[in-house]
Design a protein around this ligand. Structure first.
Ligand SMILES: [Ca+2]
Length: 250
């Protein structure tokens, strides 16, 4: 994938948004008005809105990095809004993501968060594609978590033995915050675009099996709003000990 659809939207307090215009073009890629990338979008030109929105198409060149452009909405009285900025993660469009975080909402009564193993599937390969032997081994892999009960339940134990018979798990203490997370950093240059998430339940799965969780992806390592949400599960059913479940990602 080298292009991505971006939905511009706006709202008007006393009328409707009728048009959009782009006021500053991106610098690392180009904008088009059609998915086929045939018609270049023209700066400072009104494009008619549909249901107060306009879909434009960003085509990335073979580069990595962060790009942005700005646009204004126009209302039915002909007034323009202030500039709104759209940020584009070019690395994600071209290569995928480097950081993945399993963001877990704690279910009342659960005796801590735990997972035996987690893999991301891209092009038929499970990632990480090698088993971890420590929190940052082998390089450049780095595993981390919101909490680790102690070293023998470290975050890397959810990436240490694949989905096979080994029973080693990441575990928080029994008293956990309302949200916990488990994260893997594949390292710069090792970005992937996964299509599936595989999770292997730990022992005691009837109590520790994950119920409400999301898979987040980032290239900055920050998860404060700029990340992508690849999976959002609520009310997942029962898990058996060491059961492996596969989830399709968007
Ligand atoms: Ca494990």
């Amino acid at each position: 994938m080298a292009s991505v659809a971006i939905n511009l939207s706006g709202a008007d307090a006393d009328g409707t948004v009728t048009h959009f215009k782009v006021t500053a073009l991106p610098t690392l890629g180009a904008l088009y008005t059609d998915a086929g990338l045939l018609t270049a979008l023209v700066i400072n030109t009104d494009y008619a809105a549909t249901a107060e929105a306009l879909t434009v198409y960003y085509d990335a060149a073979s580069v990595t990095g962060a790009d942005s452009f700005t646009y204004m909405a126009k209302d039915d009285a002909g007034a323009y809004s202030l500039d709104a900025t759209v940020s584009v993660d070019v690395t994600a469009i071209i290569n995928g993501y480097r950081y993945f975080r399993l963001d877990i909402t704690v279910t009342a009564g659960v005796g801590g968060l735990s997972l035996d193993d987690m893999r991301l599937v891209a092009d038929g390969i499970d990632y990480p594609s090698v088993n971890m032997t420590g929190l940052s081994s082998p390089s450049p892999l780095v595993a981390s978590a919101s909490e680790e009960s102690h070293a023998s339940y470290g975050a890397y134990l959810a990436f240490d033995a694949g989905l096979g018979s080994s029973a080693t798990r990441w575990y928080t203490s029994a008293t956990v915050a309302t949200v916990g997370w488990l994260q893997i950093d594949l390292g710069v240059g090792n970005e992937i675009t996964p299509t599936q998430l595989k999770l292997k339940a730990p022992d005691g799965a009837s109590a520790r099996g994950l119920v409400d969780f999301r898979l987040l992806a980032s290239n900055s390592g920050s998860f404060s709003g700029e990340e992508a949400v690849l999976l959002n599960v609520s009310g997942e059913g029962a898990w058996a000990d060491y059961q492996v479940k596969t989830f399709a990602l968007s």
